[in-house]
Design a protein around this ligand. Structure first.
Ligand SMILES: *[C@@H]1O[C@H](CO)[C@@H](O)[C@H](O)[C@H]1NC(C)=O
Ligand SMILES: *[C@@H]1O[C@H](CO)[C@@H](O)[C@H](O)[C@H]1NC(C)=O
Length: 156
C-alpha cells in the first residue's frame, strides 16, 4: 500500500517536472524569433546584420555506430571533459579570439586537434566536426566533409 502511494508520488513528481520543462522550452520558443531559436541559425544572416558579433559556433557530432563506447572530449584545455555518446551532438559557443585546441579519447585511442584555427577557417564562424570510427572530419556546412585526423591507437 505504502509502496504504491510512493510510486504514484514519483510519477506525479515526474509529470510535474516534465510540465515545467516543456513550459520552459515553450517560453524559450516564444521569446526568441522562431527562425532564430537555434543557436546555429543565429549566425545565418551576418550580412543583413549591422552588429558584428564575433562568436564562434563549434559543433561536435559523434556519428559512430550505436554499439561504440563514448568519446570523451576535452575542449581547449578545460579540465572537465564531456561524454559524447554515439549519435550525440555537442555545440560550443566561444569567442573568436584565437586557436582552440581539442582532445578526444575513445576506448584506448586518442586524437588531439585544433578545434578552431583562424588561419585555416577562412573567416568561417560555424565549424562542424564529425567523429567517426576512423577519425575526425571537418566541415563548414555540415554537408561536405574532409578528414582531418585519424585515431592514434593504443598509445595515448
Ligand atoms: C522575427 O523576425 C522578423 C525578421 O527580423 C521580424 O519581422 C518579426 O517581427 C520577428 N517576429 C517576432 C515574433 O519577433
Ligand atoms: C548536422 O547534420 C546532421 C545530419 O544531417 C544533423 O543531425 C545535425 O543536427 C546537424 N548539425 C547542426 C548543428 O545543425
Amino acid at each position: 500500500m505504502c509502496r504504491s502511494i510512493y510510486a504514484s508520488l514519483i510519477v506525479l513528481l515526474t509529470m510535474c517536472l516534465m510540465n515545467v520543462l516543456s513550459f520552459a522550452s515553450a517560453d524559450f520558443e516564444s521569446l526568441s524569433n522562431s527562425t532564430n531559436s537555434l543557436p546555429f541559425n543565429h549566425f545565418e544572416e551576418p550580412k543583413s546584420s549591422h552588429i558584428d558579433i564575433n562568436i564562434l559556433a563549434l559543433s561536435f557530432h559523434n556519428v559512430m555506430a550505436r554499439n561504440n563506447k563514448n568519446v570523451i572530449f576535452f575542449y581547449n584545455n578545460l579540465i572537465k571533459g564531456v561524454y559524447l555518446t554515439p549519435g550525440q551532438t555537442y555545440v560550443i559557443l566561444d569567442k573568436m579570439n584565437g586557436i582552440k585546441a581539442g582532445a578526444m579519447y575513445w576506448d584506448r585511442n586518442c586524437i588531439s586537434f585544433l578545434a578552431y584555427d583562424p588561419s585555416a577557417e577562412a573567416g568561417h564562424q560555424k565549424i562542424f566536426w564529425n567523429i567517426k570510427e576512423d577519425g575526425l572530419y571537418h566541415s563548414w556546412d555540415n554537408n561536405s566533409w574532409q578528414k582531418k585526423k585519424s585515431w592514434t591507437f593504443n598509445h595515448c
